[in-house]
Every structure is written in C-alpha cells, then in structure tokens.
Design a protein around this ligand. Sequence first.
Ligand code: ADP
Ligand code: MG
Length: 434
Amino acid sequence: MDSRVAPQPTPGGYRILADSALRDYLGRLPAIAARLGGLPEAWSVTEVGDGNLNLVFIVKGPSGGIAVKQALPYVRLVGESWPLPLSRAHYEHLALTHQARLAPGLVPAVLHHDETLALTAMELLEPHIIMRKGLVAGTCYPRFVEDITTFMARTLFLSSDLAVPAAQKKEGIAAFAGNHALCKITEDLIFTDPYRKAEQNRWTQPYLDATAARFREDLDLHVAISRLKLKFMSSPEALIHGDLHTGSIMVTENETKVIDPEFAFYGPMGFDVGAIIANLLMAYFASDGHERELSERQAFETWVLHAIETVWTEFAGKFLALWRSEAKGDAYPAILFEGAAGAARLERERQGYLNRLFQDTVGFAAAKTIRRILGLAHNIDFELIEDLKRRAVCEARSLHLARTMMLDTPSFPTIDKVTKAARALRGWQPDFSR
Ligand code: ADP
Ligand code: MG
C-alpha cells in the first residue's frame, strides 16, 4: 500500500485511554466533570467508533453526555501494519474550531482538546444518527439541503481568496500543510487505486469483474482521473472538509451536524460539493436495492433527486450572495470593476466562476462514486443490499453515470442534466456477461 510510511515513534505521553483511564482523565477536567455530573465511577463509557480510523467513546453521567474521539497511531480498519500520524487529531480540532466560527451551529462544539493524547471531547449529538443510515432506511431530511449548503458556502467562501486577505490565506494553507498523510490516503484510495490492480480493491464479484477490468484499462479514464488528482493536489482554493460524505453527517429531521474533518486541508472546493452530490446519487441508485415492494421508496427517491438539484442551486446562490457582500479578499480587486459596467462584468464573471466550480464538482463526484464501488472503502448504501446481483445492478448504474460524468463532464453543464441522467438509468439492466 503506497500510503504506508515507516512507523513513527508515538510522542511521549501518548497512551490509548480506555474505560477506567478515560474516566480518570475526564474526572480531572472540571468543566467536563460538571457537564456529566455525579462521580466518574458511575459514568457509562461506550465505544461507538464505526469509522475507519479512530476510537470514539460516548460518556454519560447523570447530568449529560459527551463524545470523546481519540486518534490511534494506525488505521483502525487495517491495523498496526498501516501507521498513520496522530497529528491528524490536531488538524481535526483546528478544522472543527474554524468551521464552528464560519458556520455556527453546524458542527459539534469542542469541549476539550489534548494534543499529546490526540484526543478531543465534544458535544454529544443525540438523538442524531449518521445520515447514511437514515438514507438506507429511506428517510427524508427536510433540513438537510438548507444546512449543508450553508455549511459549504460559508466554510468554502469564507476561507478563500475571495474573502480573506492574501497573507492570512497563506497562513491558513501553512497551518494545514502538515496534514499530508491524510491527503495521501485520498490521493491513493480515490485517485489511483480503483484504476489499477491494488491488493485492497474490492467489488461485487463476479458481476462487476468485467467492469472493474475495463476501468483498469481505459486510458481516457486514467487521464481524466489524473487531471482530477492533480487538481486535488495543487488547488488550495479554500479550507475543505476533505471527507464530506453522508457518513460524516449526523442528522435528525430538524438538525444537521457535520463531523469528522480530519482530512481537512486547503484544497479544491468542488471536492466537498462533489462528495455530497456523489453520496446522494449513490443513495438514489442503492434505493432500488432496498425496495421490498415495487415503488415503495418512490417518495424517498423523488426527495433525493430534488435534494441533489437544490444542493447545487442553493449552494451556488449562497456562495454568490456571500461574494456580493463579503468579498474582503485580495482576489478580484474592486478597483478593477468600478462603475455600472464593472459591476455587470464582475457579476458575469461570478457566474462563470460557479460554472467552472460546477464542472469540478461533477468530476470529483464521479471520482468519489467510483472509489466506493471498485476501491477499498465501500458504503452501506450498497453493502446492505444482500442479494449480490441486485447490489451489482445498483452499483453498475451508479458506475455508468460516474464514468460519463468523468469522461464527458461538459455534457453536464447544469445539475438537472445529472439528475436527468440518473433518472434515465434507474431502469437500466446492465449486461454482466460483457
Ligand atoms: P472516524 O474518523 O474514525 O471515521 P468519526 O468522527 O466518523 O470517526 O466517528 C465515528 C462514529 O462515532 C460516528 O459514525 C458516530 O456514530 C459517532 N460519533 C462521532 N462523533 C460523535 C458525536 N459528537 N456525538 C455522537 N456520536 C458521535
Ligand atoms: Mg468518519
């Protein structure tokens, strides 16, 4: 695995805090102890981490609860043979506090952070569930589009050169530059491995064998994914979340919270927006596989497609509004756009900027989809479809659209072209013999 680096010595003082050690540690933090109430011995400590990388504990006392996340010096999903720097907890904390400032109320509040232990205590999100689980169950989330578009427009615009003076922006890039081990995971697992023979790749066999082989041999596709990889590596447009899928969002019907920004760095905005659109598209294509009676999930599917459309249109509207009112950065100097003609030209340029961002979004959405079907990390949208052939049909539709989006991005100038293509593929029966 290319991502592996030599094991690094864990810094002095780091230790994994489980049960009683965690209780003792938290008991010595007055604000946390007060929030939980009662005596540490009586607190319940449950490990709930279902992610790929870290430990997450829910700690509850008589007065309240908290969530505690601790980084391990290796990838949890794989084990100690794949070391990963603890510093990711530093970047996650830095990103969470940035996001809390830029998009108030849309991330869990940080209550405590310990650099040495790579540990962060935060607000317990309850009764929120991981959005992906709700989507598998066919639940619609009426607040979601409003909240996620506010989150993305504000975190992306307000950390970009459109909003922030050049020196401050470059300090921001520097502050996150050390998070390169996490970027490397993305560079390998999303932008390289699904298109080559990689030991850890998986797909639904035998149905997708031929498709996976075609993806490994298609040089046009290899060019397209490499262009996207270069854009990911070399475009510090804004502080991006870096892993903004529906497993990094916790929801109720009335609230949306974005968690887990440990992949945060200054990268291309379209990577975050594309992640949301890709994961909603996958929820749409997987929906057929979760149907027990014909058309049972039609209302859900209609909602998802509408959500995909409005994620883009509302994001674009909010981004434009911010640009009109909060353009305090050094890009597009006002002095160059004076008078009515200048204002009109700048407004046209804003539209052009968003059109280009949409093209990035389409490409990154395709990349995020393909890696979930042909790469290492899959998602429960598809994995919970037990009948393998049925699962493969849903995945093949999803792959078909993603491949077209990546190879022929300009044929999707607007979001309705994407949803129209998705709808058209809903009934397509792939031929697995080819
Ligand atoms: P990883 O980085 O390992 O993927 P996550 O940050 O995604 O870890 O957290 C793993 C799981 O822990 C989440 O899927 C969620 O179920 C739970 N979790 C994380 N943060 C919170 C929180 N603030 N409140 C409640 N549950 C949480
Ligand atoms: Mg996670």
